[in-house]
Design a binder for this molecule. Structure first.
Ligand SMILES: [Fe+2]
Ligand SMILES: [Fe+2]
Length: 185
């Protein structure tokens, strides 16, 4: 694999892995603050980031050995409103800066599997940014997120609320390939 694309995959793997953990932490904090549906949303999106990390890791399967990985990551755990803003900022960074640049390099280097892995993540992160923005609007009005059911595509991390009726618009996976998260009673 071309070195630059391999390096970008490792960085994306690091970023997605940290996002996974960060969202689980922020989700627990949201539940404690009295926003169980926001907690469930964070848990579902954490799962989606794990899907992305797994996809990137599998693309790196032939890159055997240790590496130092540098990846951007948001820190801090204050209020759920601020945590949601951190999540929105992180998702937007991936959508507008990171993945388009990684895709451009992978495209130049004709790394087809990596282009796909980055493209799946880019499209899924758009859904995350939108969901977190809705959740933040509610929390800023002292209300919980409206939806208690969130579905995540196991193949690409696409995330949707409400009824699950159609195949994944990003990767075409069937509805059976989604994992559903429901707010605990
Ligand atoms: Fe995301
Ligand atoms: Fe998908």
């Amino acid at each position: 694999m071309n070195e630059m694309t391999a390096s970008n995959l490792k960085s994306a793997f690091g970023g997605e892995s940290m996002a996974h953990m960060r969202y689980l932490c922020w989700g627990e904090a949201a539940v404690k603050e009295g926003y169980p549906n926001v907690g469930n949303l964070f848990e579902a999106v954490a799962y989606a980031e794990r899907v992305h990390a797994g996809n990137h890791f599998r693309e790196l399967r032939k890159e055997v050995g240790d590496a130092s990985v540098t990846a951007g990551a948001g820190f801090g755990m204050t209020t759920t409103s601020e945590n949601l803003q951190g999540a929105i900022d992180g998702e937007n960074h991936e959508v507008m800066q990171m993945y388009p640049a990684f895709i451009a390099v992978a495209d130049l280097q004709q790394e087809k599997g990596s282009i796909r892995s980055f493209q799946f993540a880019l499209e899924a992160e758009k859904t995350h940014a939108a969901l977190f923005a809705k959740a933040k609007e509610n929390v800023d009005a002292k209300k919980d997120f409206d939806e208690d059911t969130v579905h995540v595509c196991d193949i690409c991390g696409y995330t949707i609320v409400g009824a699950l009726e159609e195949d994944c618009p990003i990767c075409k996976a069937r509805v059976e390939m989604f994992t559903t998260f429901v707010t605990a009673e």
